[in-house]
Design a protein around this ligand. Structure first.
Ligand SMILES: O=C(O)CCC(=O)C(=O)O
Length: 262
């Protein structure tokens, strides 16, 4: 979706946009707000990301297949900026989907490097009621923030929209996905992709000459327990969050240093 200039200027979604975005996630599994972060904000995020990423790849093995890294992010500026953590565009959608008391449980990134390959199609969570033919309403979402333009050639995430997040039964995902419609998420840097955590997706090969970083946060209903390491949030950073932001982190390690679990 493209937000109007009035929405961007006011840093607020029109009620009709909010409703439409929420319905898109509920029915189609995802919504994208295209290119909403200011260019200078994305520049700073990208520059800081690449500094960390180079250090990380020099000292750590790839952990998501060939030439592909998942990397936790320090909960520190510029990553912890209000543009991201309390995004006036993403957070209202997330709270409408997950309840006002939803929590953020994961603060990280995914980056295919040149030479990466297709991942297997997957969902980012286990079934809540294994063996039972039920499709619960959305209980967790992934918020992705691309730090470069996602193009056909640089390994855009491929998604299977239209209901894979609602699969009421166990299915042979790999076999079924082959015969179902999918699409690459082509979007400008600084977009916000909000997707139901269950939606089928995969990383694709990066055939460009540069890494393709994607911030990834997970928000969930307050009762969901996941196995992610806690997010280390320095006390001063936590104190600098708005009250609205602080409410997102009741389960995390407040007072730890920012990279503690990274
Ligand atoms: O390419 C991406 O940003 C997503 C990759 C992904 O889904 C994963 O590593 O599990």
């Amino acid at each position: 979706m493209r937000l109007t200039q009035a929405e961007l200027d006011a840093s607020a979604l029109d009620p009709a946009t909010l409703r439409l975005a929420v319905e898109q996630v509920r029915v189609n599994g995802y919504v994208v707000f295209e290119g909403v972060l200011p260019g200078d904000v994305v520049d700073e995020l990208h520059e800081n990301f690449m500094r960390l990423f180079r250090r990380h790849t020099d000292s750590t093995d790839q952990n998501r297949g060939a030439n592909r890294y998942q990397m936790h992010l320090p909960f520190a500026p510029p990553f912890s900026a209000p543009h991201i953590v309390t995004s006036p565009f993403a957070l209202p959608v997330i709270r409408a989907l997950l309840g006002d008391d939803c929590v953020c449980q994961y603060f990280a990134s995914d980056t295919p490097m040149p030479g990466s390959e297709y991942q297997a199609v997957h969902s980012d969570i286990h079934r809540l009621f294994p063996g039972m033919p039920v499709a619960p309403p959305t209980f967790a979402v992934v918020l992705n923030v691309p730090l470069v333009d996602f193009r056909e050639d640089n390994g855009p995430v491929e998604i299977w929209p239209g209901g894979t997040h609602l699969m009421p039964e166990d299915a042979n995902m790999l076999e079924l996905a082959e015969s179902m419609d999918s699409r690459p998420c082509i979007m400008p840097r600084g977009s916000l992709l909000i997707r139901d955590i269950r939606m089928w997706h995969r990383g694709t090969p990066n055939r460009s000459g540069a890494p393709r970083p994607n911030m990834a946060m997970i928000h969930a209903r307050h009762w969901l327990r996941t196995s992610y390491p806690p997010i280390g949030i320095p006390q001063a950073t936590y104190d600098g969050l708005s009250e609205d932001g602080q409410r997102l982190f009741p389960l995390e390690d407040i007072g730890a240093h920012a990279g503690r679990y990274a």
